[in-house]
Design a protein around this ligand. Structure first.
Ligand code: FEO
Length: 402
């Protein structure tokens, strides 16, 4: 893949990771890209780098635009290794004295990653950097999603270099939103939000408010992963607002795992009962659904219903893992409940309930446990559990609508 000009004198010079399928625990079914951008003005400015293992592709792309030794300025919007990993090798070639503009936390992180001896120049919100005809400015976006994260804005062309925000794990030879399937693009954007940005949803809303107050306009949003946004920016910002507000739809996820299918039979009975009330519902077994896909559905759901068999007086490991993951993402405004089949002790459903409570999920139906295989009576109890859950979803939905 060669460098691509995305605007006059502005180039994508990143790298494509076609075969990555697990990004530190996030399933990346479409691979990903690590985006770096080059602005060729009186000064030559590089924004971010790529994962260390893809340095050669990045270097080759850079070299098709300019001799990389001509780079005058490096900007590090984000220090996570997928964007900073190639920095040491690059600086060793082009010169360690070349200034690296970054946030204050960026300087600290890069020093902790790669040691000293670099010319780090910390910048603050609103600082301006003249690079010739253009002036770049910086936006502090601390904790979106790391303490060092920042954006770089190019007012002349109204281009935002947005670090991880607005990104998607989506490997493609296309570079613009108009060149890919819209459904795939928004699915990957939503999945990225759910798995990376959800814990910081309040900060996302503050950022969107700040952008509005400052009257910033965008012709292009260039994230560090996936495609560049140009045609669908309004839809993107609207989607981010909706996701960050976490006002769930008339929708539920029944997430579970099972040993001998009894908890699965319960999950299906509960799913049917919820569905019969006109609610969209997804039964997702953790053995076959990756947790990062489950939280993508949880993002715009009102209810999270979790099922687990009891194993050695505790939770089934896949369910325990999912609950730990979900807790870290800090979902808000959800209702939920726990259920499961057991043999002789049966602790799992109440443990689920405790975990959901700790996350701030409103337990609207007491946990349900059935011994061994659900019989006709057991299935009727599951149906009743599902109906109570459906009622709680509809009540919450109506409250929001008022
Ligand atoms: Fe794409 Fe936070 O790194």
């Amino acid at each position: 893949m060669a460098a691509i000009q995305i605007a006059p004198d502005i180039f994508w010079v990143g790298a494509i990771d076609w075969s990555i399928r697990n990004f530190h625990g996030y399933s990346t079914d479409r691979g990903t890209t690590y985006n770096a951008y080059l602005i060729v003005d009186e000064k030559v400015v590089l924004i971010d780098t790529v994962k260390a293992s893809l340095f050669d592709e990045f270097w080759s792309n850079l070299s098709t635009v300019v001799d990389p030794h001509r780079i005058d300025i490096v900007i590090s919007n984000h220090t996570e290794m997928d964007h900073s990993g190639s920095l040491p090798r690059l600086m060793d070639i082009i010169g360690r004295d070349i200034p690296i503009y970054c946030s204050r936390m960026g300087k600290k992180n890069l020093t902790l990653h790669f040691g000293g001896g670099y010319n780090f120049i910390p910048v603050n919100e609103g600082d301006v950097l003249e690079v010739g005809r253009r002036k770049l400015t910086f936006l502090e976006t601390r904790m979106l999603h790391w303490p060092d994260s920042m954006f770089t804005y190019l007012p002349q062309e109204r281009i935002l270099f947005s670090s991880d925000a607005f990104g998607q794990h989506y490997a493609t030879v296309a570079r613009f939103d108009s060149e890919v399937r819209r459904e795939d693009l928004f699915f990957e954007t939503k999945k990225y939000f759910a798995n990376i940005l959800l814990p910081y949803a309040t900060l996302v809303l503050k950022l969107l408010e700040k952008v509005k107050k400052r009257g910033l306009e965008f012709e292009m949003i260039c994230p560090d992963h996936g495609i560049v946004w140009k045609q669908s920016i309004d839809d993107l910002l609207r989607s981010y607002t909706t996701w960050a507000q976490q006002e769930g739809q008339k929708k539920a996820v029944v997430v579970y795992d099972t040993m001998w299918h009894s908890t699965e039979i319960m999950a299906h009975a509960i799913t049917d009962a919820i569905s019969e009330r006109g609610i969209e519902v997804f039964p997702m077994r953790l053995k076959v659904c990756h947790r990062s896909d489950v939280v993508c559905e949880v993002l715009d759901s009102t209810a999270v219903v979790v099922g687990s068999p009891t194993l050695n007086n505790g939770l089934f490991p896949e369910v325990a893992q999912f609950l730990t993951y979900l807790k870290g993402l800090r979902p808000r405004n959800k209702v939920g409940g726990g259920f499961g089949s057991y043999g002789w002790s049966g602790e799992a459903p109440s443990l689920i309930e405790q975990e959901l409570k700790l996350m701030g999920i409103d337990i609207v139906v007491p946990h349900l446990r059935l011994q061994y295989v659900p019989d006709r009576e057991g299935l009727a109890i599951c149906k009743s559990f599902g109906e109570d859950m459906a009622k709680a979803i509809l009540d919450k939905w109506r409250q929001r609508a008022q």
